[in-house]
Design a protein around this ligand. Sequence first.
Ligand SMILES: NC(=O)c1ccc[n+]([C@@H]2O[C@H](COP(=O)([O-])OP(=O)(O)OC[C@H]3O[C@@H](n4cnc5c(N)ncnc54)[C@H](O)[C@@H]3O)[C@@H](O)[C@H]2O)c1
Length: 264
Amino acid sequence: MTRYRRYEGKAVAVTGAAAGIGLGIAARFAGEGADVLLLDRSASVEEAAAKIAAETSTGTFGMRADVTSPEDVTRAFDLAERTWGRLDVLVNNAGVITISRLEDLTLDDWQRVLAVNTTGTFLCAQAAAAIMRRHGGGGRILNAASGQARQGFVFTPHYAASKFGVVGLTQSLAKELAKDGITVNAYCPGIVGSDMWDYNDREWGRLLGDYGPGELMAEWVAAIPLGRAGTSDDVANLLLFLASDDAAYITGQAINIDGGMFMS
Ligand SMILES: NC(=O)c1ccc[n+]([C@@H]2O[C@H](COP(=O)([O-])OP(=O)(O)OC[C@H]3O[C@@H](n4cnc5c(N)ncnc54)[C@H](O)[C@@H]3O)[C@@H](O)[C@H]2O)c1
């Protein structure tokens, strides 16, 4: 018997989808029948997408694109529109972090983190909203924020600024796009195992004290009320809900998905 797949016939774009949480999100939407365009600055995105397409029998494909490049973003969303004639969901997942003391934080790092996390989210949302409006069927824009959109952490002022920025962008676009039936929400993961967390564990561990590999993450995870780190599936479960008709009355929200790490 064929399983009912609730995103059959839907077109979804996920940025930063070659690895980590984005890859997991893309796989889950495709697993529910969606045609997914995986975008990433890494060339490995094409192979990752081809694997998902084969496993899910969907029109999923990958394309190398840097979300900070207006040309790349235009090319990617033009291709999505030419391929499917529509776009139902955009997941603005691409994000980067660097960790350093204030005196060592370079302007380059500050600008790069803001460019990917905040400006990239704006550029992709702008391109996706234009397609959603032309198609006229509404849509869903889901933006990766962070626990650091709730509270800044030490040694990451640029990352915190970028993610607080994502929440402001989310609220503003939610108000502007509501009349088009497009909802815009942000999601705030806490600690999810990924390349990003390998880096966090190493660099925060180095600056905060004498932590061995994995020790800082283990200490922080131990303080999570639900007692474990998150997974890309935890995040995808929230996004599959927010992208669904059941979430039609939710917009402009930033929702924590962090095992209780933050409660406001
Ligand atoms: N891992 C966590 O604990 C955690 C917590 C809170 C928020 N987040 C957010 O979740 C998102 C995904 O995080 P992750 O842990 O999977 O990170 P990751 O570093 O494992 O993966 C990020 C992906 O984004 C891609 N990417 C980076 N810059 C890009 C650009 N300019 N254009 C296109 N693609 C680009 C990378 O190539 C990579 O494939 C990010 O926005 C991150 O800030 C993660």
